[in-house]
Design a binder for this molecule. Sequence first.
Ligand code: PLP
Ligand code: COI
Length: 356
Amino acid sequence: MNEAATTAIRVEQTQQSRLPQVDFNNLKFGQILSDHMLVAEYANGHWEDVSIVPYGNLSLSPATSALHYGQAIFEGLKAYKFADGTVSMFRPDKNNERFNKSALRLEMPEVPEEIFIGGLKALIDLDRDWVPSTTGASLYIRPFMFGTEAALGVHPSDSYKFIIITGPVGAYYNKPLRLKVETHFTRAAEGGVGFSKNAGNYALSLHPTRLAQEEGFDQLMWTDAKEHKYVEEAGTANLVFRVGDTIITPSADTILHGITRRTIVEIARHWGYQVEERKVSVKELIDGIENGSVTEAFAAGTAATLTPITELGYEGKRYTLSDPATREFSNKVLQYLNDLRYGRIDDEFGWNYLVD
Ligand code: PLP
Ligand code: COI
């Protein structure tokens, strides 16, 4: 259990909750948004005016710098409801840390813990009835920040908005994934912004992903920019493979340092598996699928949770992986994560942040 300092937050509650209209049995990712949002303004070199207000539209100048030059970063995390009604966020400190790394790379201000974590706690406490309690469902939380200066010169914005919105969600992927190994387009190059969670990394993925979807794939498996020889990550999640009793996950500064991936690495080590965070070549992966040594493969992310990969497409050929039901590590770690996040087992690593 963890505690975070809080900051003074002005709260304006909605007059009319939208909660009664929500069908919790039919949650599509990101389409339903909770009653309130947190908004903080940065100007004159510091954060000011942190408030929680009813969810609603923003009014922006057409010259808003983020719309032109892309100073826009975001995070994704989830809150879960235990059987006794307790609400808990999963490792929000890691999101705060990564957010500030993204901010630094894009020459944006950091958001201190009092506003990021303190703000999360206050917002989710207020909208706690929006947190679903069924396994597989949770409250998705989207903190984001963008430059708001109304000026067309290319320079860091002198003002920013930090906002947190939330909404109840089910699974992002409701079936196993078929991934195309991308060998033409590039997501990120060394020295670039691949490790940061900025809006542009997602914009650039849309066209190549659509082309892959037209070929019958669900998502891409990105490869390195230089040679397209090494596997990096999927479009919305990191990649994890099992070879024998070794868990292998690609590691590079061109990929997003996922908190789910990190969590799984820590659990696997704790359970005694050998874990290798290293470069993984496409050849190694394809050979391993063909000779049967790659027994498990999955995408790991906050929205994706843990989604099995059942097919890879590479240079026009399709490779089929094992039946997800037979995957011992993937199923064990997903069960463990669910038990932990819904408060059914002891929080031995101290990853749950209770909202009380
Ligand atoms: N890689 C990309 C491109 C993502 O969008 C995400 C999702 O946030 C991840 C990896 C996984 O990161 P995390 O586990 O922190 O959600
Ligand atoms: C997340 O898992 O939080 C993501 O950001 C992935 C995607 C929805 C953009």
